[in-house]
Design a protein around this ligand. Structure first.
Ligand code: MG
Length: 410
């Protein structure tokens, strides 16, 4: 009925929710936007959830503050330093939680260790970028419920992550708002009954700008997202619409759909979070405010719905809902479709080149228009040599490494 690792919950709807004990949640990437919202969701439902662990990449101070409040069993800093020779950040975190009973997990595989611990029920995978891939695979191997915010894990290695999840009985539930909307709308039908899905896109801050002006947009302009409050990497990705390209690929893996059945429509108000058109012509959509706590909570409570802490739509303030077709001012979108058609190492290459170009733009090293050009150029070189149709995880990581170098030195 559904692709094996993704369950809409429609099939489990009659099963009673297990209320015997609280669900223990590991939040990877806790200090980011999704991570902080996930803490909020768990805090709002203390009878349902226990925050088992919190991890961050570098923000030790914020992690320490979150840990002092949430009192998880474990914390980890993914800075690859060890207990024997800790980095300054790790030492500072260790000192900050001294005497609290919170255990510090260290070493290069700390996140993987936490994600696969036996006492974890659900893993919120909210690390940004390809860095979040290893813990997602670890959680999949351990058969966990994975609330997946890290779309890059599927873009880079959907061909590994999805079969691994299936093999080990892990459940991947999307947190990305568009994919959560599709996942929720799937309660109205089955995967076989989908004619196509329609991913909505806000169009970002440059929706109405002419191409020449977009090319030279500043970092501050690109960071001013009209609707969503998110971290800097994804906000820039939204401005280039590379985020939507990554989401097209993510949808392909989550819902087992070919490129031609994934459509994108611009919806500037961000009220409709995405839709499914079923074979009979009915379209089912999920609507709400642009509040990430809604999809995060649903990922953790599905197939049930519980009292939430998200803001609600105020219909007295909604004047209109409009829809437009994306155009050639946003060439990134085509990269999403191309990656689905090419498969193999192409997703790893596009994602890595984009991570580098995105960062170079934020550092002031390249113009806005060069972000997507750089990604296109790296993919084009990869197609000439180095492309593999059926790569192993190591080969995907090698393609990722190659693309990062290439994107930097173009
Ligand atoms: Mg999204």
């Amino acid at each position: 009925m559904h692709s094996p690792a993704v369950r809409s919950g429609a099939s489990d709807v009659s099963a009673p929710a297990s209320r015997s004990r609280r669900k223990r949640v590991a939040i990877l990437g806790a200090t980011g936007s999704v991570g902080s919202n996930a803490i909020d969701v768990c805090r709002n439902l203390p009878e349902e959830f226990e925050i088992h662990s919190l991890t961050a990449v570098t923000s030790w101070k914020k992690l320490a503050e979150q840990a002092m409040e949430a009192r998880p069993r474990f914390v980890a800093l993914n800075d690859h330093s060890t207990r024997e020779s800790p980095s300054d950040n790790l030492a500072a975190l260790r000192d900050a939680i001294l005497g609290t009973g919170i255990e510090l997990v260290t070493g290069p595989h700390a996140m993987e260790e936490i994600a696969s611990r036996e006492d974890v029920d659900a893993v919120v995978a909210a690390v940004v970028g390809a860095a979040g891939l290893a813990p997602v695979i670890a959680a999949a191997k351990a058969g966990k419920t994975i609330a997946l915010a890290n779309k890059e894990a599927l873009v880079v290695a959907g061909s590994i992550v999805m079969p691994t999840a299936k093999k080990h009985g892990a459940t991947i539930v999307p947190v990305d708002s568009e994919h959560s909307a599709i996942f929720q709308s799937l309660r109205a039908g089955t995967e076989k009954e989908i004619r196509k899905i329609i991913l909505t896109a806000s169009g970002g801050p440059f929706r109405t700008w002419p191409r020449s002006k977009i090319e030279n947009a500043t970092v501050a302009e690109a960071l001013a997202h009209p609707n969503w409050k998110m971290g800097p990497k994804i906000t820039i990705d939204s401005a280039t619409m590379m985020n939507k390209a990554l989401e097209i690929i993510e949808a392909h893996w989550l819902f087992n759909l070919p490129a031609e059945r994934v459509e994108v429509v611009i919806h500037p108000q961000s009220i409709v979070h995405s839709m499914i058109e079923f074979v009979d012509g009915s379209i089912i959509a999920q609507l709400g405010t642009p509040d990430m706590r809604t999809p995060i909570q649903y990922a953790l409570t599905h197939p049930n719905r519980l009292q939430g802490c998200s803001t609600c739509l105020d219909w007295s303030k909604i004047r209109e809902m409009t829809f437009e077709q994306p155009d050639e001012r946003f060439p990134a979108l085509q990269l999403g479709y191309e990656v689905i058609r090419l498969g193999g190492t192409s997703g790893a290459v596009v994602n890595a080149a984009n991570e580098v170009a995105n960062e170079m733009f934020r550092a002031g090293n390249i113009r806005f228009g060069e972000i997507v050009q750089r990604v296109e150029a790296v993919l084009s070189r990869h197609k000439q040599s180095g492309f593999l149709r059926d790569p192993s995880l190591d080969e995907l990581l090698a393609a990722d490494g190659w693309a990062r170098k290439e994107a930097r030195h173009l």
